[in-house]
Write a protein that binds this ligand. Structure first.
Ligand code: CU
Length: 135
C-alpha cells in the first residue's frame, strides 16, 4: 500500500515537471533579451544591396532572418554596450571572425548567396547564434 502511494506521488511530480517543460515556450529560457526570434524589419534594400541589421547584445536579434538569394548583401552588426561574448563574432562560412566594438556598427560584406544557403553567425563560445536564410 505504501509503495502504491509512493508511485502515485512520484508520477504526479513527474507530470507537473514534465508539463512545465512541455508547455513553456522555448524562448522562456532566454531571459537575456526580449528579442524577436524572427523579424521582417531587419532587412532593407539600399541601391541594390540588401542590408541585414542584427543587434549583438546578450545574444543576437533577430535570431533568424530571411533574406533574398543572389543579391549583394551586407550585414550591419549593431553593438550597444555589448560587453558579453556576443561581440566576439564568428561567421564560419565566410571565414569571418571579429571582436566587435562594445558600441558601434560593423559592416560585413557578404557575397551573393544562392537559394537555400544559410549563413550562421555565432559568438566565440557558440552559445548564441543567428541564422540568415537565403530564399
Ligand atoms: Cu558566447
Amino acid at each position: 500500500m505504501k509503495a502504491a502511494v509512493f508511485i502515485i506521488v512520484g508520477m504526479t511530480v513527474v507530470g507537473i515537471v514534465g508539463g512545465y517543460f512541455l508547455f513553456r515556450s522555448p524562448d522562456d529560457g532566454d531571459t537575456r533579451s526580449n528579442a524577436p526570434v524572427v523579424s521582417g524589419d531587419s532587412v532593407r534594400t539600399e541601391n541594390g544591396t540588401q542590408i541585414i541589421h542584427i543587434v549583438a547584445r546578450g545574444g543576437y536579434s533577430p535570431r533568424v532572418v530571411t533574406a533574398q538569394a543572389d543579391m549583394p548583401t551586407r550585414i550591419e552588426m549593431e553593438t550597444s554596450g555589448s560587453y558579453d561574448c556576443s561581440s566576439a563574432l564568428t561567421i564560419p562560412s565566410l571565414d569571418y571572425t571579429k571582436q566587435l566594438p562594445a558600441t558601434g556598427t560593423t559592416i560585413i560584406d557578404v557575397p551573393a548567396q544562392s537559394k537555400g544557403e544559410v549563413l550562421t553567425g555565432l559568438c566565440a563560445m557558440g552559445m548564441y547564434t543567428f541564422d540568415i536564410e537565403f530564399v
